[in-house]
Design a protein around this ligand. Structure first.
Ligand SMILES: CC(C)(COP(=O)(O)OP(=O)(O)OC[C@H]1O[C@@H](n2cnc3c(N)ncnc32)[C@H](O)[C@@H]1OP(=O)(O)O)[C@@H](O)C(=O)NCCC(=O)NCCS
Length: 373
């Protein structure tokens, strides 16, 4: 590449190599198609796959789950910290602080070997749900719920937040959303984690930086904005008028468009089916009808298909979750994808340091302070 070539937003630029996932020819995690994983696996199997390069056998999965269960504990000082943060502070900001604090209590914080990074990731996978749920319940004035090792990862996540064990359909819907959110090659937050790692910093620093990148509405923050859109539309009868007006006034409709999937996000198609099932169980299809109308009109007028955040917002709403938990739930899953990239970057590192195209003033003579007007 000539040093003069410039691609705004790095669009289309191959910025590194990865063996973790590809979107070329359909999304795959380490060679496994996303539809097969969503239909047949569970989130802990996918987490194991991303961290260990292959799917676990029964014994390996049981061991992985046992270590997750043993790690599902957070130091009381961190819970006190969550309690001390002012109530107006949003859940993603608190989660970023909480993950940073977890690093202070991790004896392996500065060990960057692959085995230490895997051990730290398993602790994060087990502890992030506790941080999310604890802050949520403290903010609501509810007592904290202890993890139940008898429950699956997805069921426990819902149980910690709501205090109720989910139904099998709710549990599977959450599990599939976690599988779909787990990994997506060089998206903005993963690239952020790799940049931090490339300086030989530590895993916690990379994950904290990635949380910051995920929060923005053009990335993970979109799933919360999608629910705001659905609430603003309010009723199926208002949907067509609302979306045509929004597009006419050049408003961006959250949950649509994607930097790399121009023909459609395969993950959105998979998750939509779970939304339909949950809506049917709830006996209220009004959100589905609003979503269908918006999808039809945005496709017609802008040729833009929905991305994963479009169905995930409805899915989490059907699961009875408060909107400010949606992007933190993305973190609970994506942390494993970020960590796989931290490990891969560490194992074959080269400092990530691109160049910029200068657009400032031409060279000029320095004027001493007392001669400046
Ligand atoms: C994801 C996103 C940032 C990708 O952006 P990108 O690759 O930089 O694409 P652009 O922003 O250049 O969009 C290309 C065109 O589509 C339009 N567009 C993109 N997303 C749109 C949306 N959600 N609603 C309406 N128009 C949209 C842009 O305005 C632009 O139109 P123009 O050519 O008339 O100016 C963008 O689609 C977006 O902001 N989507 C909403 C946020 C979202 O859902 N994020 C989650 C992503 S997984």
């Amino acid at each position: 590449m000539s040093s003069e070539q410039y691609f705004p937003g790095l669009e289309g630029v191959i910025a590194g190599e990865t063996a973790i996932s590809t979107i070329t020819g359909g999304l795959e995690y380490r060679g496994y198609g996303i539809t097969d994983l969503a239909e047949q696996s569970t989130f802990p199997e996918v987490a194991y796959l991303l961290l260990h390069d292959d799917l676990p056998n029964e014994e390996q999965l049981a061991d992985f789950k046992a270590i997750l269960d043993e790690s599902a504990e957070v130091d009381g000082a961190i819970i006190d910290l969550l309690r001390a943060i002012p109530l107006h502070v949003g859940a993603m900001d608190v989660l970023r602080t909480g993950i940073s604090a977890l690093g202070h209590f991790d004896p392996q914080v500065d060990e960057n070997t692959t085995s230490a990074n895997i051990a730290k990731t398993i602790r994060l996978l087990a502890q992030i749900p506790i941080l999310i749920a604890a802050r949520h319940r403290l903010r609501q004035g509810l007592s904290l719920v202890l993890p139940d090792p008898g429950l699956s990862f997805a069921a426990n996540l819902l149980f910690l937040i709501t205090g109720k064990a989910p139904t099998p359909v709710q549990e599977r819907a959450m599990d599939v959303s976690l599988i779909l959110y787990a990994e997506h090659e060089f998206n903005a937050s993963t690239f952020t984690a790799r940049v931090v790692t490339s300086t030989q910093s530590d895993l916690y620093s990379a994950i904290v930086a990635a949380v910051g990148a995920l929060k923005g509405p053009l990335h993970g923050g979109a799933n919360e904005r999608v629910l705001e859109v659905l609430e603003e539309v309010a009723s199926p009868g208002n949907a067509e008028r609302w979306v045509r007006q929004a597009l006419a006034s050049k408003r961006k409709i959250m949950g649509f468009g994607h930097r790399v999937y121009k023909d459609g996000d395969p993950r959105a198609v998979i998750l939509r089916n779970y939304c339909i099932e949950l809506a049917r169980k709830a006996g209220d299809d009004s959100l589905e009808r609003i979503a269908d109308t918006l999808e039809r009109v945005v496709r017609e007028e802008k040729r833009l298909p929905p991305n994963l955040d479009w169905p995930s917002a409805r899915l989490y709403k059907y699961l009875g979750l408060e909107v400010d938990l949606y992007t933190p739930l993305f973190v609970a899953s994506r942390v494993v994808g970020w960590a796989a990239h931290v490990i891969e970057q560490t194992e074959n590192n080269r400092l990530i340091r691109p160049r910029s195209k200068y657009t400032g003033p031409a060279t000029r003579a320095y004027v001493p302070l007392d001669e400046r007007g």
